[in-house]
Design a protein around this ligand. Structure first.
Ligand code: KIV
Ligand code: NA
Length: 264
């Protein structure tokens, strides 16, 4: 059971083997997900919503993410561990360096930042100094107030082209992974085919290289509603480890996401 790295994910992409990711925030759940074979775990700033009960991710701090990253790090052996850089923690170059360092020292293998063209310098700077970067495009929840709500992105041609250009530029700047959230399936497919680095989708159809979901959605315990692109696997299995196993199986076999989870 060797450790998953960015090279492992590139190999999966080249072989056409779909890989799986879940969010995790503590050692016990993360350990179970890891043992069931999840390839990537993300300490997402979604914890502001699912753990802290806020209505968006903006109140989350670097200290919050660092704490949960330390917890998850202790629980796992195999999965690649990504930590989200929270809202405004990478607004300037100096903040970016200081805060990414904190997350790496907490046990992250990679940090994730939301944004396109304006992030290129940060991606270059982090990568050159030894911190791998996962970029995040499409519906980037830290910009929910700019978007005017949690809305599907990339629906019109201009917006779609901008996302494609951003994706290419982020890869050229050194990003080793890309998350695309809530964009039409055809756009996600184009991005995945265009880039050499692996692309992980959430609400982005079945043709990305990997899939990610929020663990609370998979286990059907999110407060409020479950997003349309997600799936409650606990319902069909009645068991947490079984739910994770079913999620992995359906992704690898190309059965999740189905049409009902997809934006066109
Ligand atoms: O914070 C989070 O959970 C995320 C995933 C939904 C990609 O960023
Ligand atoms: Na996030």
């Amino acid at each position: 059971m060797s450790k998953v790295t960015s090279s492992t994910l590139i190999k999966f992409k080249q072989e056409g083997r779909k890989f799986t990711a879940l969010t995790a925030y503590d050692a016990s759940f993360a350990g179970a997900f890891d043992q069931e074979g999840i390839d990537v775990l993300l300490v997402g700033d979604s914890l502001g919503m699912v753990l802290q009960g806020h209505s968006d991710t903006l109140p989350v701090t670097v200290e919050d993410i660092a704490y949960h990253t330390r917890c998850v790090h202790r629980g796992i052996e195999r999965a690649l561990l990504i930590a989200d850089m929270p809202f405004m923690s990478y607004a300037t170059a100096e903040q970016t360096m200081i805060n990414a360092t904190k997350l790496m020292q907490a046990g992250a293998n990679m940090v994730k930042l939301e944004g396109g063209e304006w992030l290129l310098e940060s991606v270059k700077m982090l990568t050159q100094r030894g911190i791998p970067v996962c970029a995040h495009l499409g519906l980037t929840p830290q910009s929910v107030h700019v978007f005017g709500g949690f809305k599907v992105q990339g629906r019109d041609a201009d917006n779609a082209q901008r996302i494609i250009n951003d994706a290419k530029a982020l890869e050229a700047a050194g990003a080793q992974l890309l998350v695309v959230e809530c964009i039409p399936a055809a756009l996600a497919r184009t991005i995945s085919e265009t880039l050499t680095i692996p692309v992980i989708g959430i609400g982005a159809g079945k043709d990305t290289d990997g899939q990610i979901l929020v663990m609370h959605d998979v286990l059907g315990i999110s407060s409020g509603y479950i997003p349309r692109f997600s799936k409650n696997y606990l319902k069909q299995t009645g068991e947490i480890r079984g739910a994770v196993k079913a999620y992995i199986e359906e992704v690898v076999e190309g059965r999740f996401p189905a049409e009902e989870h997809t934006f066109n």
